[in-house]
Design a protein around this ligand. Structure first.
Ligand code: ADE
Length: 224
């Protein structure tokens, strides 16, 4: 899979995607990341990427021409083009799974007040939001989406099973049960005894009950 990120701050996407598991996924060839500076696709001397909004109002709007030039230079037949924006559809695990089967993603990152809507109409397949809050920069959101997608490519996680038993995948979405490691007692805080019992049936029952409890407490929306 190839993922091209188009942004005025490529270094913001490079840092999280070149380290740790994402860095290894790239060096082993499971994914190829491209970090592109939108300003490289401008043609004027000031490398201008934004301008004042038609109709008035505060802030600046990102100009269409550099986005068109960048996407036209990078896309092929198989490309899916995403735009990171708080106005997009909420990003969920099922979308990450779907995108992990794509050949080529181009991710456009907004900044400032917004982006000329002709970009959305003519170039973008899907507008994606990572949550109901506003970031200064869509590049952070692009790194989040790229990480969630790439970790689902077979072979990227050491143990493929670990992406199967986790929160938000499979039927009956819920958050996971709490986990513990050694020591068995720390500052008078013991690990729940059932986890030390070796009784797998009892451990499974305990985990299911704790997962339900935690879901009711933290994510009642998943149970609706
Ligand atoms: N850009 C700014 N805020 C964002 C969000 N919540 N999701 C995606 N892109 C964004």
């Amino acid at each position: 899979m190839k993922i091209d990120i188009i942004t005025i701050f490529p270094e913001i996407a490079e840092a999280p995607l070149q380290a740790s598991i994402m860095g290894r996924a790239a060096s082993s060839g499971k994914v190829e990341f491209g970090f592109h500076n939108l300003r490289d696709y401008t043609t004027d001397k000031h490398r201008q990427v934004d301008d004042i909004p038609y109709g008035g109002g505060p802030g600046m709007v990102m100009k269409p021409e550099p986005f068109f030039a960048a996407v036209e230079a990078l896309r092929s037949e198989q490309t899916k083009v995403l735009l990171m924006t708080p106005q997009g559809k909420p990003f969920v695990q099922a979308k990450a799974a779907e995108l992990s089967g794509e050949e080529h993603l181009i991710i456009l990152c907004g900044h400032y007040e917004g982006i000329d809507h002709r970009v959305v109409e003519a170039l973008v397949d899907e507008e994606i939001s990572i949550g109901d809050y506003v970031l200064t920069n869509g590049t952070i959101a692009a790194a989040v989406v790229a990480d969630a997608v790439v970790r689902l490519i077979p072979g990227v996680l050491g143990d493929d099973a670990s992406s199967e038993v986790e929160s938000f995948s499979g039927d009956g979405k819920r958050v996971e049960a709490p986990q513990y490691t050694r020591p068995a007692e720390f500052r008078e805080l013991p690990v729940p005894e059932v986890l030390l019992s070796g009784n797998h049936k009892a451990i499974d029952d305990w985990r299911r009950a704790r997962a339900d409890e935690r879901t009711r407490e933290n994510r009642p929306d998943l149970l609706e």
